[in-house]
Design a protein around this ligand. Sequence first.
Ligand SMILES: NC(=O)c1ccc[n+]([C@@H]2O[C@H](COP(=O)([O-])OP(=O)(O)OC[C@H]3O[C@@H](n4cnc5c(N)ncnc54)[C@H](O)[C@@H]3O)[C@@H](O)[C@H]2O)c1
Length: 265
Amino acid sequence: MTGLFDLSNKVALVTGALGLIGKHFCRSLWNSGATVIATDLNGEGCVRFASDFPDRVHGMGMNLLNPEDIKEVAHQIHHRFGPLDVLVNNAALNDRVEEGSGIPCFENYPLNLWNNQWKVNVSGVFLTCQEFGSRMAQNQKGSIINIASTYALCSPDQRLYQQKDGIQTFFKSAAYGATKAAVLSLTQYLACYWAKNNIRVNAISPGGIENNQNVDFISKYSEKTPMGRMGAPQDLNGALIFLASDSSGYVTGHNLVVDGGWTTW
Ligand SMILES: NC(=O)c1ccc[n+]([C@@H]2O[C@H](COP(=O)([O-])OP(=O)(O)OC[C@H]3O[C@@H](n4cnc5c(N)ncnc54)[C@H](O)[C@@H]3O)[C@@H](O)[C@H]2O)c1
């Protein structure tokens, strides 16, 4: 990877690195030349994941619910690798309310489930931005990429989660989209706040990623998508590297929607 998209000599951190998309993000950043810090709840899992790479990937445990964890990882990165250049806020909770679980979709949706998603999806992003972004501000450069969702922009169509016989297998909760909309707002706030410090803050809003869902669901989702298919994690790589690298040097406060046109219809 050369020229505008080159990330050699850059240090990038990914949260939720052991998840479906996080693993691909780490590989993509590594392919572009970055030194990658893969973080997730399971520190040993992160170290194992990093050991699959020949070099430049380092695994560290970091729980977004724990500010001390975030401070400790920031401290370690600073001493071992120098200033962080790219922060990818990818970790999130995305609950699905199973039919028969006794949890109603909205009317009596428990406050603790609502709060859990706000803590990880919003406060987690707030805390990492506070810690790593403040360090970037001192260093006068950096790119922060927050992973939102198409559900930040429009409501889930609950009929997607209904079987042919009418049984609703699960509902998407209201909490997920609300938290992701908050992530977009925080993205805009910080883009303006830190523009003077040469930090760019952008978001990526992926559409649904295919991941062993049942055939009926994939077919219904694909029909609702102008490009006629669900996304693959690799579909997000271009957006990620664009926003991480100097090729997006004059782009900030932007939400790059990668959804095959889902939100356009
Ligand atoms: N998969 C999709 O279809 C899709 C669509 C749109 C947006 N997104 C967004 O993309 C991002 C990644 O999604 P994914 O499908 O890979 O999710 P995933 O559930 O596979 O991975 C999320 C990761 O976040 C980690 N995590 C959860 N709580 C944490 C905490 N307190 N501290 C640190 N890490 C924590 C989990 O351990 C997990 O590895 C999320 O922000 C999600 O909202 C995903």
